[in-house]
Write a protein that binds this ligand. Structure first.
Ligand SMILES: [Zn+2]
Ligand SMILES: [Zn+2]
Length: 636
């Protein structure tokens, strides 16, 4: 048989040859360094057979930053972790140990609870295993054999996994440790050059809170010590920028057990909030969106019609009715309200597109354990819109939305990248509809030069979607907005419009939120900027500091002039020393500090720009600088 190499040349191999055989046929160095083989674009364990005609490419230890190469390294390290834990803590039960975004974890049921201080000894044991050398072997076994094996080892979680596993049962062994695992794995432990166990957490078996609570050990691994060091440095920076910490320090918001998952926005945080709202509102208006306001509470029938009752009930809040009254539920999304609004009048094709925008409060009952500052809340506000279009209008509308998203993300100096999710196995609608819908989404992404990946089969059952992600200053990727085509909900609500042919047609609806949840977006922005917000968004744009008591009047007058021009300025005339007041302004990352003393006048102000130099400006020059910076909010 033949396989195709990246340079399009063909490699002749015996029937049934594995990826590793192919690497050996090319050269011993490659065979030694190979960690995975990519076959027709998806990665595969080196030990698995290749088939005639497949295009192959090898990932090696030199692909140290490739997500798949890191993933196989980390998954293999998770197995070393399990081996180490079993040796150090006899009687431990092992559950699962997958790779995750920045590392890996393994879940255990320990006979005696362990603490973070135990991690060092485990880490040491892993290093010993690596130094000693470990080679992974893979075998396919019968289900019964796997079950018997793990029963003999008193590993009930593995027994359960073996019972319910789909497809062939495979085992990977290194040293005297065997795990039930799909793979892929490294050939041996040689490439694992740096390991760090990071923390412990509780986790439920199968993620179900009714089942046993296990102990999860998190860790990470890299192809070099330098890469691990850089990673730990990034984590350190991320901790310093944690939005919950900055939220307190900068007096932006707080969270309280009196209303779990619902932020209390302080006056300064509210300036940020309104900054996003102003941006959303202004840009919606420019693009023909109409602002609406729909109720928070609906009867159950509405949610049955929209499908939320069937598919989303677990995450909804129901309102206890008074006797003899029907129960109501708080809306988790705006769609049902917008459907009812559209259906409240007779619509003609001339009315379309109709673009309803609303950023009202939504409630989603995220479970306690998953709440995380502003990033996961129960009280959620989206820059939401539902656009009702004819089939012919889809293309232009999606196009406009991608342009809109790019414009918004640009305001924060981040480049969005997209994920296009296509038709899933179970779906409604015809293949022609799906063809057109997917083509429309992809064409828009291409036209705007937006980077995107395709997630085959990941669309919703009612239509394909684009998810928008942003990468922050620390290189972390966040999912923000979404654009979803939906042929079904309008049908469910019996919505129609009168076509040019004088017949009734169903509109298509596009659900879209571009910033996504405002709470989450602000949480990420706080971390992205490390609290040093751009001038147009900063809660306090300028602080005037009078040197002595005799300068207070002049400082207040100056503040008044800045405020008159619409800028957010304040005076710090506390009794503290000048040095302390300047330092405080710096810690609070106020963009401009103006010190007013004997030597200053309206013609010559001492101005410090955050992170910049001190300069002498007149009031007029200062205002010009402010206007110039404020224009960054809207550079048209
Ligand atoms: Zn595994
Ligand atoms: Zn919606």
């Amino acid at each position: 048989m033949k396989v195709v190499l990246p340079d399009s040349s063909e490699l002749e191999l015996p029937e049934g040859a594995s990826g590793l055989d192919a690497a050996r046929a090319i050269g011993p160095k490659l065979a030694e360094q190979a960690v995975l083989v990519s076959v027709n674009g998806s990665t595969r364990d080196l030990r698995l057979p290749l088939a005639d005609g497949e295009s192959i490419r090898f990932l090696t230890t030199r692909d140290a930053n490739d997500p798949d190469a890191l993933s196989v390294l980390r998954h293999s390290t998770a197995h070393l972790l399990a081996e180490a834990v079993m040796r150090l803590h006899p009687g431990v039960k092992i559950a699962i140990g997958p790779p995750i975004a920045d590392g890996f974890y393994y879940d255990f049921e320990f006979p005696q609870p362990i603490s973070e201080s135990d991690l060092e000894a485990i880490e040491e044991e892993i290093r010993r295993e690596i130094a000693e050398g470990r080679v992974w072997t893979r075998e396919e076994v019968e289900r019964d054999e796997a079950i018997a094996r793990f029963e003999a080892e008193s590993q009930p979680y593995k027994v359960e996994l073996a019972r319910t596993a789909e497809g062939a049962i495979t085992l990977y062994t290194q040293g005297d440790f065997t795990d039930l695992c799909r793979g892929p794995h490294l050939q041996n432990a040689e490439p694992i050059k740096a390991v760090k166990l990071t923390n412990l957490a509780g986790a439920y078996w199968r993620g179900d809170e009714h089942l046993t609570q296990l102990t999860r050990i998190y860790g990470t691994a890299f192809y070099s010590q330098a890469d691990l060091d850089a990673h730990l440095e990034r984590l350190e920076q991320a901790r310093a920028r944690d939005h919950r910490k900055l939220g307190r320090e900068l007096d932006l918001f707080h969270l309280s057990d009196h209303s779990p998952g619902s932020p209390f926005w302080h006056p300064k945080g509210m300036v940020l909030w309104n900054g996003l709202e102003d941006l959303r509102r202004r840009e919606n208006r420019r693009r023909g969106y109409q602002e609406v306001k729909t109720p928070l509470l609906y009867d159950i029938q509405t949610y049955i019609t929209s499908g939320h009752y069937e598919n989303y009930r677990e995450n909804m809040f129901f309102v206890q009715p008074h006797e003899g009254e029907e129960p109501l539920a708080l809306k988790p999304m705006n769609c049902p309200g917008h459907m009812l609004l559209f259906g409240s009048e007779l619509r003609s094709y001339r009315d379309l597109p109709i673009r309803y925008a609303e950023s009202s409060t939504l409630h989603r009952d995220e479970r306690g354990g998953t709440l995380h500052g502003l990033l996961r809340v129960k009280h959620i506000t989206q820059d939401d819109a539902h656009v009702f279009v004819t089939e012919e209008q889809i293309q232009d509308e999606i196009d406009g939305m991608i342009e809109f998203a790019s414009y918004l993300y640009d305001r924060f100096g981040v480049t969005p990248h997209a994920e296009l999710s296509t038709r899933p196995e179970k779906r409604l609608g015809t293949d022609e509809q799906w063809d057109r819908a997917e083509d429309a989404l992809e064409a828009a992404l291409k036209r705007h030069g937006l980077g995107y990946v395709i997630s085959p089969g990941e669309g919703t059952f009612y239509g394909p979607k684009i998810d928008l992600h942003m990468t922050d200053v620390l290189g972390r990727s966040w999912q923000m907005g979404t654009i979803q085509l939906d042929y079904q909900m309008p049908v469910q609500f019996g919505l129609t419009y009168m076509g040019a042919d004088n017949r009734e047609h169903s509109p298509v609806v596009i659900h879209r939120a571009l910033l996504g949840s405002l709470e989450r977006f602000l949480g990420i922005l706080i971390e992205h900027y490390g609290g040093a917000f751009p001038f147009w968004l900063a809660p306090v744009q300028a602080r005037v500091i009078p040197v002595g008591e005799g300068h207070r009047e002049a400082a207040r007058t100056l503040r008044g002039r800045l405020a008159d021009e619409g800028f957010r300025a304040e005076v710090d005339d506390r009794d503290d020393t000048l040095g302390k007041r300047i330092r405080d302004a710096e810690l609070e990352k106020v963009p401009f500090v103006v010190v007013y003393g004997d030597r200053e006048s309206d013609e010559a102000l001492a101005v410090r720009e955050h992170g910049g130099e001190q300069s002498t400006l007149s009031v007029g020059e200062l205002l010009d600088r402010f206007r110039e910076l404020a224009d960054e909010a809207d550079p048209r």
